[in-house]
Structures are given as structure tokens and as C-alpha cells.
Design a binder for this molecule. Structure first.
Ligand code: NIG
Ligand code: FE
Length: 405
């Protein structure tokens, strides 16, 4: 039997492109049928017969937004790295820790040593924090395995998260994250292994929704990333890139050249890089948590993004080394305070643009008829409170695919 629910007496922020800005509707309603939005808009436009047949839920004037989307996380990993945090407090640089075998590689060691059960349990704790803030879709990367068996275990753990919680999970294979010790310094050979052996094997198991890479001096060159992206293209998989985070290697232009879903970080992105992203329709994902935590002084070129019409999303970049933050609203707050995004840009960045960055805009990210009913209901007076408050999640209720909780 078809189940129909009517969320009534709601203040909506639809975030729909055509509604402009936040798409605010003072007296709004959302009609949910079979898990999808059948109607979202002013209550007066809702057909009376549709309303009469639905089970009503009174939102009592609360704000209803699309469910939040965290489009960049490294949620699955073993261990933790507060020791490196302490080293950096004493003045040691992130790159120096990485070159000395710490950084990503210390998480690789801990992840390889962790059992499947441990990987799942620790990731669930972090996922639950995101869920408690109204997040309904999360992207999860591999990249702390760097061998086929452990990358597969990470991606299976990520997939499993979506089976034990009411949340959408998108996986990204990040084999080209760092060079594992057994590669003995040969980045070319390792990037060939990622492209020619690991990726096809993981893709054939259905574990890969997108392919990611880290283009950086301490990671892989544009040529090595291109090799991995060519393999992704051959398999029909979309790509995304950790680009221009610590230096400008032309990562944004590289990602744009492959029609990437997103280019992420971008603290050192050039004006030409910003323009290339706009032309390609590649979303620029702001990760202010990492910028803050590394005390990076460069900022992503937000003005250039606006000028060129580059889309901007915002994500936590949750990871144990450079952004141990499981709050997407805190990421939005930092995007505003550190990067000067407006409230509307921040809220679009954790809903509509994050959906676009995952290739899911046709399914979620806005309150529009036909999409999945992924909603968050908030105890706030004004939408700006969601971005302004620090360390509190004024969530009243969360609904994914029409199902509460
Ligand atoms: O997104 N930039 C590269 N990768 C991760 C962090 C990796 C780590 O230090 O564990 C990031 O910031
Ligand atoms: Fe990252």
C-alpha cells in the first residue's frame, strides 16, 4: 500500500535552483509518497485531495531543509593521530611528518592492523555524529589501505555502514592517496598498480562509485593521477581529486580536464584553475576543517569561484590527521568565518552543491518533487542559525527516503 505523509506548517528552505537563494517558503508543506517528494512548496498550492489522503505531521513552524550531505570524508580507518597534533603544536610541519613516514602512512599501518569489526565499529561512531546533525548522505573514501586487500576491506566497511543505518553512502576509491612502504619509492609503478590492477578488481566487486586521488608533492604528480583517471574513464567511473591543497600543481585544471565531479581543498588553486572548474561544471569542495587544523594561511579563491560561476560545496573532510571533525554544521561555520562564504552559499554547499559533487543532484539535495524525501527539520528561528551556532545541532527530526530517524 502506498504510504503518504504530509509535513505541514513548515517553513521551507528548498534550496532549489529555480527558487533562488535559500528558496524560503513561509507557510510550506512537503508531501511524501513512497519515499519520494510528491510536492514541496507553499501550502496554498497543495492540491486539497492530495493533502486529505495523507497522514499529517505538524512541523509547528519549524524550518525544513534538504537532508544534509557530507560529500568528502575519510570515515573508515584504524587508529588515531593525536600524537601528530602534538608534534605540530611544537612546530613540526605536516609535510615533514608525512615525509618521515607518519601522516597518512601511520593511518595506513593502523588500518591494515585493524579487524573488519574494528573498522566498522569506529566508523559507525563517527557516522552517528554526522547523522545526529541531519546528514542523510555521506561520501566515504578508501585510501588508508593502499593494498588491494585493505582497500577492499575499507570499501566493504563503507558499504556496510549504509546497511546498518538509514543513510546513503557513496564510496570513492582513493588508492592514489600516498605511496605505501612496499612500493619502495616508485610512485610510477604504484600508480600503475592502482590503475591497472586495484581499480578494476574493486570496481568489479561493485565497491567503487567514484575514483579519487591526491595530487601533491608529497603524493602523486598530475601525470600519475592522469593514469588513474584514464583507467576510471575506461571503466565508466566518475573522478574527483584532492587538488591544490598544499601547492599549485594545476590539480583543478587536471580534474576539470577529466570532467571530474569535484575538485577538493583548492587552497592554492589559481584563477585559471577556478575558471577551468566552472567551464567543466566541476564542483569546488571547500574543506575548511583541514585548512583550520593545519593552520594553513592560503584560502581557496572564493572570489574567483564566484566570478567564474564555479559551484561551491562544503564538507567535513573528516580524517584522523588533518580534519578530525565530525560536524558538517561546524564545517559550514568555518566556511563562513574562514572563507567568507555567505549563509546561502554554506547551506547550498552542504545540500544542493554537495549532491552535485556526488553526481546525485537528480535524486537528492533540494526539496523538489520527484527526488527522494531526504529532509531535516530544525529547531531554529532563522536559517542563519544553522551556520552561526558552534557545537550545537538543533535537529528536531531527520527523514531519509521518507523514513524518519
Ligand atoms: O583530505 N589531503 C589528503 N588527504 C586527507 C588527509 C590525509 C591524512 O593526513 O590522513 C585530506 O586532508
Ligand atoms: Fe580528504
Amino acid at each position: 500500500m502506498a504510504s503518504t505523509t504530509l509535513y505541514r506548517r513548515a517553513r521551507l528552505a528548498t534550496l532549489a535552483e529555480n527558487d533562488g537563494g535559500l528558496g524560503l517558503v513561509a507557510d510550506g508543506a512537503v508531501l511524501v509518497r513512497d519515499g519520494r517528494i510528491a510536492f514541496a512548496g507553499p501550502a496554498r498550492d497543495l492540491p486539497a485531495e492530495a493533502a486529505a489522503a495523507a497522514e499529517p505531521v505538524d512541523c509547528a513552524g519549524r524550518l525544513v531543509t534538504p537532508g544534509l550531505i557530507d560529500c568528502h570524508t575519510h570515515l573508515v580507518h584504524g587508529g588515531e593521530r593525536s600524537n601528530e597534533f602534538e608534534m605540530r603544536l611544537e612546530g613540526v610541519a605536516y609535510e615533514d611528518i608525512a615525509r618521515a613516514g607518519g601522516g597518512i602512512l601511520s593511518s595506513v599501518k593502523a588500518t591494515r592492523a585493524a579487524t573488519d569489526e574494528e573498522l566498522l565499529r569506529s566508523a559507525l561512531t563517527r557516522l552517528d555524529r554526522l547523522i545526529a546533525e541531519g546528514v542523510t548522505t555521506v561520501e566515504v573514501k578508501s585510501g588508508y589501505g593502499l593494498d588491494l586487500a585493505t582497500e577492499a576491506r575499507m570499501l566493504r566497511a563503507a558499504r556496510h555502514l549504509g546497511k546498518v543505518r538509514n543513510v546513503g553512502i557513496r564510496t570513492s576509491f582513493l588508492g592514489a592517496h600516498a605511496l605505501p612502504p612496499e612500493a619502495r619509492g616508485d610512485k610510477d609503478a604504484y600508480s600503475r598498480l592502482v590503475a591497472d590492477a586495484m581499480l578494476p578488481a574493486l570496481a568489479s566487486e561493485g565497491l567503487v562509485d567514484a575514483v579519487d586521488g591526491f595530487c601533491e608533492g608529497i603524493a602523486f604528480s598530475p601525470g600519475q593521477i592522469a593514469r588513474v583517471f584514464d583507467a576510471a574513464r575506461g571503466l565508466g567511473l566518475p573522478v574527483k581529486l584532492h587538488a591544490d591543497q598544499l601547492s599549485d600543481l594545476g590539480g583543478a585544471a587536471l580534474a576539470a580536464g577529466y570532467g571530474a565531479l569535484s575538485a577538493d581543498h583548492l587552497e592554492h588553486c589559481s584563477d585559471a584553475g577556478a575558471a577551468a572548474l566552472a567551464r567543466a561544471g566541476t564542483v569546488a569542495v571547500m574543506l575548511p576543517g583541514a585548512c583550520y587544523f593545519l593552520r594553513e594561511t592560503h584560502r581557496p579563491p572564493v572570489e574567483a569561484f564566484r566570478r567564474h560561476g564555479t559551484r561551491m560545496a562544503v564538507a567535513t573532510d573528516y580524517n584522523p590527521g588533518t580534519s578530525p571533525m565530525t560536524s558538517l554544521l561546524m564545517a559550514a561555520n568555518m566556511a563562513a568565518t574562514l572563507f567568507r562564504l555567505t549563509v546561502a552559499e554554506c547551506l547550498a554547499g552542504i545540500t544542493r552543491e554537495a549532491a552535485r559533487a556526488l553526481g546525485l543532484l537528480h535524486e537528492t539535495g533540494t526539496l523538489e518533487a520527484g527526488k527522494w524525501a531526504d529532509l531535516a527539520v530544525w529547531d531554529v528561528e532563522r536559517p542563519a542559525e544553522l551556520v552561526c551556532r558552534m557545537g550545537s545541532a538543533p535537529l528536531h527530526r531527520r527523514i531519509r527516503h521518507g523514513i524518519p530517524a
